[in-house]
Design a binder for this molecule. Structure first.
Ligand SMILES: C[S@@+](CC[C@H](N)C(=O)[O-])C[C@H]1O[C@@H](n2cnc3c(N)ncnc32)[C@H](O)[C@@H]1O
Length: 277
């Protein structure tokens, strides 16, 4: 059977997904630990399996029983990844519980995944295709499973992702390297496909980024103490008007200090969209 989806550009880079991976291993840790032998799928790993290997390492460090499968719709990329895995194993790396396979949105795997990470995959699809992919991927999750779908820049300084459970409300998270941030709305160019065309006046995501910029401007005096203090002040003020998550493991000052802010997906979902929840 032909994998569901389209082959797209395979651009990737080592460490570009370190911010979402850190979030996954901290904010989603309870969900990952709840499964006995959680299966994690990295969908659309690209021209090199490097970010799948990174995900494998960070997940196994906190959930040693986890198994990871990198899925790609391009058969040549799957063959290259398998050759790389064989070479690493021949060199003594071991890497138990890691595999690469041909597949798409149908998520072919021995069992349903507790986590699907799909990064920089949907940006090259039409907007309607992205909505449909969300529904399809969520339907393939294990009970209690989560889809993390997002976008980042080439070297992972800025990222935005949604985390959507199999059932129930999702979240959207903005993450940035603070030292190079000019304004919070710089993150607009990394919005997931479902929102990128919605960043226009009248849409919630536009109002959110506008308010975030205003809070950032008002917090300018804090830059004397560094970008982190300015960000913390801006997020605290933003949280008065927007339902920013305030408590661990997904919100609160410890996450804000990392240059992150999360809020319910419903707060930014385009009105009338066919989006989940
Ligand atoms: C830009 S690369 C992203 C690589 C890596 N995830 C990263 O963020 O660096 C996108 C990859 O997703 C693959 N892809 C696109 N649609 C897919 C689908 N439906 N199923 C599996 N892979 C897909 C493309 O072939 C491409 O190799």
């Amino acid at each position: 059977m032909r994998p569901e989806g389209e082959i797209t550009r395979g651009t990737t880079n080592p460490s570009r997904l370190r911010k979402p991976d850190r979030w996954i291993t901290q904010a989603l840790l309870p969900a990952l630990r709840a499964a006995e032998r959680p299966l994690v799928i990295d969908l659309g790993f690209g021209a090199s399996p490097v970010t799948t290997l990174e995900l494998y390492r960070v997940i196994r460090a906190v959930v040693p029983a986890a198994e990871v499968i990198g899925l790609e719709i391009d058969p040549e990329r799957v063959s290259a990844a398998r050759r790389r895995l064989a070479a690493l194993r021949a060199a003594g790396a071991g890497l138990p519980g890691l595999d690469f396979a041909l597949g798409g949105f149908e998520l072919p795997a021995p069992r349903r995944p507790a986590l699907v990470r799909a990064f920089n995959v949907l940006r090259q699809y039409p907007q309607e295709g992205a909505w449909a992919a969300w529904a399809r991927l969520r339907a393939g999750l294990a009970d209690g499973g989560v889809l993390v779908e997002g976008t980042c820049d080439e070297i992972g300084r800025r990222a935005v992702w949604v985390s959507l459970p199999a059932r129930g409300p999702g979240l959207i998270t903005f993450s940035t390297r603070l030292a190079s941030l000019h304004r919070p709305s710089d993150l607009a160019e990394r919005l997931p496909k479902a929102l990128i065309h919605r960043n226009v006046p009248g849409e919630p995501v536009h109002a959110f980024l506008r308010d975030f910029d205003r809070a950032w401007d008002a917090a300018a005096p804090y830059s004397a103490f560094g970008a982190r203090q300015r960000w913390l002040a801006a997020v605290a003020s933003l949280a008065e008007a927007w339902p920013v998550l305030r408590y661990p493991p997904r919100g609160g000052p410890r996450r804000w200090r990392l240059g992150e802010v999360s809020l319910p997906w419903a707060a930014l979902a385009p009105p009338g969209s066919t989006s989940p929840d």
